[in-house]
Design a protein around this ligand. Sequence first.
Ligand code: MRU
Length: 331
Amino acid sequence: MKVRALWYTAGVLHLLDQRALPGRVRVLRLRTLRSTADAIRTMAVRGAPSIGAAAAYGMVLGKREGRYTPAQAARLLGATRPTAHDLFVGIEAVRKAWVAGDEVEEAADAYRSRIVEECHQIGTAGAPLFATTRRVLTHCNAGALATVEWGTALAPLRVARQRGARLFVWVDETRPLLQGSRLTAWELAREHIPHAVIADNAAGHYLATGQVDAVIVGADRIARNGDFANKIGTYSKAVVARENGVPFYVAAPWSTFDVRRPNGKTIPVEERDPLEVSEIAGHRLTPKGSPSRNPAFDITPARYVTAFVTPAGVVRPRALARLLARHSAAG
Ligand code: MRU
């Protein structure tokens, strides 16, 4: 069965609780804006496109509660996680409908469907890149869990496999919250896609010894020049890929592109609770007196990107601004 990160029926937002995976498949049933905001903040739902869709439904729940103005609802949901551009696009799609007196559920459903459709287009556009590539490395989880369905980084791999490509995926474990080893591996295992989980610090070894043919990741926010934010650790993978002549691809739907931002310098980087670094599942890993730091994302300069995989096709960084202008003009 296909993975679906979230769905909405009759006043209830259903979320696959990503904190419980892979040990338990648990569905949260949310009826309020506040519980939706908490689920985003605590990463029961995560991955930029899924966050955007969850926030869109959070707006719907907020309107049903009758306690918020559209602006208040947008502010509360927008304060949950600062880096993913999709969060703000999802909120805005429903805020506009709310203010205009349009049907907000329809607006959220349309937003969700658009994300799913764009991820499928990313899969189709990106699949030829992997027709003859065998060993692919990915970081974090940019699969169906992160995007409602399909995935961004995983979508081209899924479509390439359907077309007969024989792929093997190196899965970075992705400290501190282990989205790679818990979530990407879960998705790949369900579909019997050959893979191996590796410690984050092993990726350089595999890249340097010719055991990786391509790297593909998702993104949380992409500036007009192609600088992008993604899960902490992405930058170092991109640099090592370049050093070893391995192509590095970034896949994202339109909602991840922040066309008003000229470059990555001012992208907000979320800093999360240091306990996520110093503890795993309640077990202390560090001495009591040792502080830790926990930036959730890093910024990778566009010069390390071989190409972006977008719903409109594969594009080199230098052609990105032109593609974005065309897309914005088309509405
Ligand atoms: O902190 P997370 O797990 O929400 O971070 C997710 C990522 O960094 C993903 O790579 C990104 O959102 C792209 S998902 C298609």
